[in-house]
Design a protein around this ligand. Structure first.
Ligand SMILES: NC(=O)c1ccc[n+]([C@@H]2O[C@H](COP(=O)([O-])OP(=O)(O)OC[C@H]3O[C@@H](n4cnc5c(N)ncnc54)[C@H](OP(=O)(O)O)[C@@H]3O)[C@@H](O)[C@H]2O)c1
Length: 326
């Protein structure tokens, strides 16, 4: 579509549009070197179209790894932004940053979540070289250990299925380097938690069955809550779109937490891990819950701020992750 229109003879040019084409120059955001010059770009061209044209000149920078900005240090333009609505003249200067090699979100999530699921099971089944030969393939005599394995596996199977069938992501990819960081975090913690919970010398919770039952109730409640929020978020976005809307409570009571927080899925996620901590009474689990909480609180604050920026009528009562507190 772009730059391919045959030039129109001046006498036959429609009067209503003074500019038929734009020129776009793309500079390196760091060095300001000129990387590419595109002439005859349609005014209706989107940033995604420009990225496609740019990648023809520089195939190593495929569209998903490009960030194009109006200002070298400014925000990245959205793929759906239209050239003629940007604050540029007929010669637009865009600044390019390389986001690095990209990998699809679905691959990322599948790798991140399948890892903990399998690693935990290795410890649960006590495969050789973990606890010494006499414990190989033996089973724990504590019922809570079996219950914990069911809960842990349930959690990650749920996440895998949600990644495949529930979430509608707006970004197709993320930087490849993130996967190493994320996998170290998820896989490492899963191994550490599983090692202690399935250890032959593991001691069950101090308050016995009562503690385990309470913990299971908290865990299941929060898992249901988390799933309900994910479904509510999915229903906000028509298939194939990138629309972002203000989420509101639906008829499902688990979503009523939207009255008080912007990211109730994170609130429920933290709740699930608190439940798992009470159930197993295990220090690495408590630490995983704490680190997860800190990370999700930071993300929730970012998401909350962007809701406030994007929507003037955003409900003022909401906090990012913990009602009235945080
Ligand atoms: N244990 C841990 O350490 C930990 C850490 C992080 C996450 N998690 C779990 O993983 C789940 C997913 O994490 P996430 O960070 O991807 O959650 P998220 O940002 O809340 O997003 C979940 C899905 O909903 C979409 N979405 C969010 N807000 C939307 C809106 N206003 N309108 C339309 N769609 C919207 C997102 O699309 P976009 O692609 O546009 O964002 C994404 O597909 C969490 O809920 C949590 O259960 C666990």
């Amino acid at each position: 579509v772009l730059g391919l229109w045959p030039p129109v003879a001046p006498s036959r040019r429609p009067k209503r549009s003074a500019v038929l084409f734009f020129e776009v120059e793309i500079l390196d955001a760091r060095t300001r070197d000129k990387l590419c010059f595109l002439d005859k770009v349609e005014p209706q061209a989107t940033v995604a179209d420009i990225k496609n044209l740019f990648s023809k000149a520089h195939p190593q920078w495929y569209p998903a790894r490009q960030s194009l900005r109006l200002d070298p240090k400014g925000r990245s333009l959205k793929d759906e932004d239209v050239l003629q609505s940007l604050p540029v003249g007929t010669t637009a200067t865009l600044y390019f940053r390389d986001l690095g090699a990209q990998i699809s979100w679905v691959t990322v999530f599948l790798t991140e979540y399948a890892g903990p699921l399998l690693i935990y099971l290795l410890f649960y089944f006590r495969v050789p070289f973990l606890y010494g030969p006499r414990y190989d393939f033996t089973a724990s005599r504590h019922r809570v250990v079996h219950l914990a394995c069911c809960c842990h596996s349930f959690h990650y199977v749920k996440r895998l299925l949600e990644t495949l069938f529930v979430h509608r992501f707006s970004h197709g990819t993320m930087p490849l380097r993130n996967i190493f960081k994320n996998c170290t975090y998820y896989w490492g913690f899963a191994a550490w938690m599983a090692y202690y919970i399935n250890h032959p010398l593991y001691t069950p919770p101090a308050y016995g069955d009562e503690q385990v039952k309470l913990a299971l109730a908290v865990f299941l409640f929060c898992q249901l809550g988390n799933f309900s929020i994910h479904v509510a978020l999915r229903n906000l976005r028509p298939a194939g779109s990138k629309t972002r809307k203000i989420p509101y409570p639906t008829r499902n009571p688990f979503t009523w937490l939207f009255l008080l927080v912007s990211c109730p899925n994170y609130t429920y996620e933290v709740g699930s891990w608190i439940g798992f901590t009470i159930m197993t009474q295990c220090l690495p689990v408590a630490l995983f819950s704490l680190v997860g909480f800190v990370q999700m609180a930071i993300w929730a604050q970012g998401k909350h701020r962007s809701y406030l920026r994007e929507f003037r009528d955003y409900p003022p009562l909401r906090s990012p992750i913990i009602p009235f507190l945080l």
